[in-house]
Design a protein around this ligand. Structure first.
Ligand SMILES: C[S@@+](CC[C@H](N)C(=O)[O-])C[C@H]1O[C@@H](n2cnc3c(N)ncnc32)[C@H](O)[C@@H]1O
Length: 334
């Protein structure tokens, strides 16, 4: 192997150092200590965040070499566009997303297990499936909800700009989490009604968000497991970042419940990445690694979606790409 390849592999092997450094910045709130255009010395940053000054300087120097933060000649650190998004109060803040990764990062220790067995690495490391684990650790629920909104929140507007939801009277958001997605749709479509369905421990946060958005009269909430039932009463069923959490067999169960209650002429809307075939680079292929390692699901190609829909009593009718990484994969009951 030549020097070039060794050097490239050295760089790639340190991807974990970069990920962990970003997670650490987010967890410690370091980006929040810097106001853009007002560089702060490391001594001040260390004192404000309870860090070891030299250790913090080394991490910040590494991050600055990767385009997050910039070091001034006097050894102070200022923001770059990338690092400023790690401030908790920035527009579209990524802080909660990086904090989420920080809290469950150990799951990656199970990647080899996932590759060898085809079962989730998270379960091997944490002793149980991720959603059970989160249900049993109340401190994690809000971190994961906020993380999902931080990472995927921007997709809501992209989805609404690309796909026409008009004609839908009642939209059910299945596995709707903290309600930020259904809130965004109902705000864009003022006569539409909503129904949010998720596990019991998520309900409090969903209700609080709907209340804050003045949407309680237009959106009901219902707790339950989509492995047991999917609520009737809607003419469209939205699943964003749900189907990719599960195997085909599990998805046939979930979508099968949906098939039982969806009216003829109703719409199934799966909002997820559609993995391109071949060697083309795509963030969906990285998210697919996360799905394999954490919940044990997969990101799917269009062909895989078509087959999954068929197995669940639906026909794939339309794939609408958006300006974000997700597409709206539409199905009609057959
Ligand atoms: C990856 S998050 C997606 C949240 C939301 N749809 C979004 O796009 O931001 C997965 C959601 O599925 C919910 N969930 C997991 N297992 C479930 C089950 N058996 N029944 C209902 N919801 C479930 C979780 O509580 C969580 O809110």
């Amino acid at each position: 192997m030549g020097q070039q390849e060794t050097e490239k592999l050295n760089e790639l092997m340190h991807g974990a150092a970069l990920t962990r450094a970003i997670c650490t910045v987010a967890e410690l709130g370091i980006a929040d200590q810097i106001e853009g255009g007002k560089p702060r010395p490391v001594s001040e940053l260390a004192a404000a965040t309870g860090c070891h000054e030299q250790g913090l300087h080394r991490m910040m120097r590494f991050l600055a070499s990767q385009g997050l933060f910039t070091e001034t000649a006097s050894g102070a650190f200022d923001h770059t566009p990338l690092s400023s998004v790690l401030r908790g109060d920035s527009v579209g803040s990524y802080r909660a997303g990086a904090r989420m990764f920080h809290h469950i990062f150990a799951g990656w220790d199970g990647l080899d297990h996932a590759v060898k067995t085809g079962t989730p690495g998270f379960d091997k490391v944490f002793g149980k499936p991720i959603f059970d684990y989160v249900g049993e650790h109340p401190e994690l629920g809000p971190i994961l909800d906020a993380g999902m909104t931080s990472i995927h929140g921007y997709e809501t507007e992209a989805m609404l700009d690309a796909y026409d939801f008009s004609g839908i009277s009642v939209l059910a958001d299945i596995g709707g989490g903290n309600g930020s997605l259904i809130s965004g749709v109902l705000k864009r479509y003022p006569v539409m009604r909503g129904l949010l369905f998720d596990l019991g421990h998520v309900m409090g946060r969903a209700k609080a968000n709907l209340e804050a958005g003045g949407l309680t009269d237009r959106c009901s909430v219902m707790e339950g497991s989509f492995f047991e039932t999917v609520p009737a009463g809607a003419d469209a069923y939205l699943f964003r970042h749900i189907i990719h959490d599960w195997t085909d067999e599990q998805c046939v169960g979930i979508l099968g419940h949906c098939r039982k209650v969806i009216p003829a002429g109703g719409r199934l809307l799966v909002v997820e990445c559609v993995v391109p075939e071949g060697n083309e680079p795509s963030i969906s292929k990285a998210f697919d690694m996360t799905m394999m390692t954490f919940p044990g699901g997969l990101e799917r190609t269009e062909k895989q979606f078509r087959k999954l829909f068929e197995m669940s009593g639906f026909e794939l009718s339309l794939v609408t790409p958006t300006s974000s990484m997700v597409s709206v994969v539409e199905g009609k009951p057959v």
